[in-house]
Each structure stands twice: as C-alpha cells, then as structure tokens.
Design a protein around this ligand. Structure first.
Ligand code: GRG
Length: 290
C-alpha cells in the first residue's frame, strides 16, 4: 500500500509541477508550491484510482483528476489552519502556510489552488469529452461549496462547545470531509456515463468513506502523537469539538467505524475482485497513524 501511495504521489506531483511551470510566474506561486509539495498521503487520489479500477478508467486521466482534487484539499487545509478557523501552526510536519507566508498570502494562495483545480479539469491532456468535463466540474464545485466542504466547515466551527446529536455530527462530517471522497467515488462513474442511480450509489459510498476517514482522523487526535501525525494532537477536546469520539467514546467510535467499513465492503462486492483495491485502502485508513 505504501509503495502504491508513493507512486501516486510522485505522478500527481509531477503533473502539478509541470502544470504550474507552464503558467506565468506570480508572487503567490511560492505559497501555493509550499502547501502542495511534497504534500500529503494522496489518499483521495488512491480512492479515485480504486473506484476507477472498477470501471477500467485509464490511469493518466485519474491522476489528472486526482491532482485537481489534491489542489482543493490543499486549499481546505491552508484555510482550516488560519487563526479565524482552527488556528493551527503546524501542518504535514512543517509550519502552516500562514505561519510561513502571512495570513493574507495564505488566503490568496488557497483561493488560487481552488480555482486552479477547475482549470486542471479543462486541461487538454485530460482525454475525456467536453460534456463529461463539464459534469465533473459541476460535481466538484457542488462538493466544495456551501453544500459540501465549506458548509461542513461552517457547521464544525459552529458546533464547538455545544452538545450536538449524532445525526448532526454525521451530517457535518459528511460535508466537511466526505464530499471530496464522494466526488472521487462518483467521478469514474460519471466518466463512464453510468446512470444517475449508480452515480448516487457511489456518492453514498464516498460519504461513508469520508465518515470513516474522519473518525480515524479524530482517533489520531485523541490517541496519536504530534510527531508522527505531523500536526498538533489532543486539540479536539480542548476546543470542545463535536466528534463521534466525544459523543460515543473511543471504543464505540471504533466499533462504529468497523460497521461502516463492513457496509462499504459489502456494498461494493458486486463489482467483483477489483473491489479488493478499495478494501486495502479502507484498512490503511483505519490503521494509519498520520
Ligand atoms: C475547500 C471549499 C473549501 C473551503 C475551505 C477550511 C475549510 C473550508 C474546510 C476544512 C475541511 C477540512 C480540513 C476537513 C478535514 C479533512 C481532513 C481529515 C483532512 C486531513 O486529510 P489527510 O489526512 O491529509 O488526507 P494529508 O496531509 O495526508 O493530505
């Protein structure tokens, strides 16, 4: 698994480096590069490839789409770390972008990465027809805005220090974290012009993967070490964050995540042995330390 992630990271980063190299130089590029490279685990790209393997979508198209997703992800992390959001000084084992470049530059570098994601989806090297590209752009926009990541982040901040129900926490986590995974799961089905019903099926698979991913992330905050995680841990309790761990407790949160994993594996069994790829990724997500 680790070797697969390294290959995905190398291929994604070389696409992004080339893409940025071809653009006119600006003062924001240093901060954009700082938050993109070497970057994180590329787990969203791995999920995209895993689901892509069910539909035999070609690797190079998926790497380009994954690069767009990684730009939005990097943007969300830059903004998440800002003092007006979660106020974190360390990310991916190095100072957060606003610590290195200042707040205003971090905001603008984040915004530039968001818009660059959509520019990447219009790239001529992405060999899929224009109508499908427009559908991908539509879905990725929906997943990123107030119905998705941004809306989920709003809920996350507004839930601090309040008693929040399980359903509301799940709704917030599916938006904040799950929507980008939903996009990764829907994209291959959109490319292969599958029915709305099948696309919706993959949206739900992505939401469940996002939930699983967020629970694992919260477990790292609860039990992990800052050195390995590459970011400050034990923050959720201090900030009074509404998480499934704070509501259900550590052991029950693990039981709940195992239940979600079994459901995803069960739901994807009908796609045959290619679904083993995603099972491997789910195991990785649940046992990761960073
Ligand atoms: C992106 C539209 C948009 C708005 C920004 C700040 C914000 C609004 C959203 C925050 C979303 C957020 C930070 C969700 C948490 C998701 C999460 C657990 C991130 C960590 O992901 P990893 O572990 O990171 O995949 P690496 O470093 O490996 O890439």
């Amino acid at each position: 698994m680790q070797n697969k992630l390294i290959k995905i990271a190398n291929d994604t980063n070389s696409f992004l480096k080339n893409f940025i190299k071809k653009q006119k130089k600006t003062e924001l590029i240093s901060a954009m590069n700082y938050s993109l490279f070497p970057g994180g685990k590329k787990i969203r790209s791995k999920i995209l490839l895993d689901i892509g393997s069910l539909f035999k979508v070609d690797y190079s198209s998926l790497i380009i789409i994954g690069a767009a997703v990684e730009c939005i992800h990097a943007y969300s992390l830059i903004h998440d770390d800002l003092p007006c959001m979660d106020n974190d000084r360390v990310r991916r084992g190095k100072p957060s972008t606003h610590i290195m470049f200042g707040e205003s530059t971090a905001v603008l570098a984040g915004n530039s990465l968001l818009t660059m994601a959509f520019e990447i989806l219009t790239n001529k090297n992405l060999k899929i027809n224009e109508k499908i590209k427009v559908n991908l752009i539509k879905k990725l926009s929906e997943c990123s805005g107030h119905l998705g990541i941004a809306g989920g982040q709003y809920l996350d901040l507004s839930f601090e220090k309040k008693k929040i129900s399980k359903n509301k926490i799940i709704d917030m986590e599916i938006k904040k974290t799950g929507k980008l995974f939903s996009f990764c799961c829907m994209a291959p089905a959109i490319i292969k012009k599958k029915s709305i019903r099948e696309i919706n099926f993959f949206e739900i698979i992505g939401a469940n993967i996002g939930l699983l991913f967020q629970i694992a992330d919260d477990l790292i905050d609860f039990k992990g070490t800052s050195k390995i995680a590459g970011k400050k841990t034990r923050k959720d309790e201090k900030k009074g964050k509404a998480t499934l761990i704070s509501l259900l407790g550590y052991k029950n949160a693990i039981k709940y995540s195992d239940k979600i994993r079994s459901k995803i594996i069960h739901d994807l069994k009908k796609y045959g042995s290619d679904s083993n790829n995603i099972n491997e990724t789910l195991n990785y997500i649940l046992t990761r330390k960073k």
